[in-house]
Design a protein around this ligand. Structure first.
Ligand code: ASP
Length: 331
């Protein structure tokens, strides 16, 4: 009897100890995130990807109750950042924001050190942003027609800034160069933030960049606007014709963004980070600000892991042939 009681007591103590051991585990699962989360931006600070990440990150920091730290990991048109995140620990504390570059890089780089379609968990799409073709303030052309004439006479003396092979500014710039049939000289930067500074300083002539970055400069008159890259005119710049309207048939580039995590990141982290992102996009102040800058928040079905994954697959298939057909993407 005594032995039986002792055994029961021992079992109760062991049970209690196990319960204690289990507690921190259960608690930590419930308290994700328990430390700061890094959101990697593939381009320099001050550019459109960075501005979107910082705007959303500030709101998400409040709702997640942990700081969303923005880390600018620049270089090679965004592929260094994507490779870094693909190799990061899949613990829910590293995410990547990236744009169309995730779909174009496989066609642009012979040896890409990651597979966008296999090495990530997909969190959500983020926002869609039109692009604008802009020039330095004192460029001797007042509109697109005059720009074309200027380009035909000045040829490769005209510089076009971009953010590297794989950046949308490069994609847009190369499509533009091909469409106008002039061999513009290209100048790479680590993001269109620095590229814009060079344009404002008159060090380069042309830049193709997102409205999230260009709208304020266009409205202030510090750069010249030659056209927008969407199929129809923008509400935010209603007097500006599209490039297609001005003769560049089929010229269309819209920048879409996605949030990715290393493959194997726990579903709970993907879900919580995604929920915080969706809430931030619906924050009234954020929504108004993004709309003023020409950005469009995608429909709810796109703001999901599957919404990003299937879009990335479609876009990868779409861009491959376009890039091959253009055949002149290498500078
Ligand atoms: N807009 C840029 C691009 O051309 C990058 C950036 O956000 O700085 O891809």
């Amino acid at each position: 009897m005594k032995t039986l009681n002792m055994m029961r007591r021992a079992a109760a103590v062991a049970g209690a100890m196990l319960a204690c051991l289990a507690l921190p585990l259960a608690a930590s699962a419930q308290t994700y995130p328990s430390k700061a989360i890094t959101l990697v931006v593939p381009f320099a600070a001050g550019g459109p990807t960075d501005v979107v990440a910082r705007t959303l990150g500030a709101v998400m920091t409040k709702s997640l109750n942990q700081t969303v730290v923005i880390e600018n990991k620049v270089g090679a048109g965004g592929t260094i950042a994507a490779a870094t995140v693909a190799r990061a620990a899949p613990d829910g504390y590293t995410f990547l924001i990236h744009h169309n570059g995730m779909a174009t890089a496989p066609a642009l780089y012979r040896k890409l050190p990651y597979n966008p379609l296999a090495d990530f968990e997909y969190v959500s799409q983020v926002i869609d942003v039109p692009m604008t073709v802009i020039g330095r303030k004192d460029l001797p052309a007042r509109d697109f027609k005059e720009l074309l004439a200027y380009l035909k006479t000045s040829g490769d003396k005209v510089n076009l800034a971009h953010a590297g092979l794989g950046a949308v500014s490069h994609l847009c710039g190369m499509l533009f160069r091909q469409a106008v049939g002039v061999d513009l000289t290209t100048v790479p930067y680590q993001g269109t933030g620095p590229a814009m500074n060079a344009l404002l300083a008159g060090q380069v002539d042309l830049l193709c960049d997102q409205t999230t970055s260009t709208t304020a400069h266009i409205k202030a008159g510090s750069v010249k606007l030659f056209g927008v890259t969407t199929p129809s005119r923008l509400k935010t710049l209603p007097d500006t014709p599209t490039l297609a309207e001005q003769g560049l048939k089929g010229f269309e580039v819209v920048v879409w963004h996605g949030i990715y995590a290393p493959k194997g990141t726990p579903k709970e982290a993907v879900d919580k980070f995604g929920a915080a992102l969706r809430a931030a996009l619906k924050d009234p102040a954020v929504a108004v600000r993004l709309a003023e800058l020409g950005a469009v928040i995608p429909t709810d079905d796109k703001l999901t892991p599957l919404g990003l994954q299937s879009w990335l697959q479609q876009e990868t298939q779409r861009y491959g042939p376009v890039i091959k057909a253009a055949g002149q993407f290498a500078d």
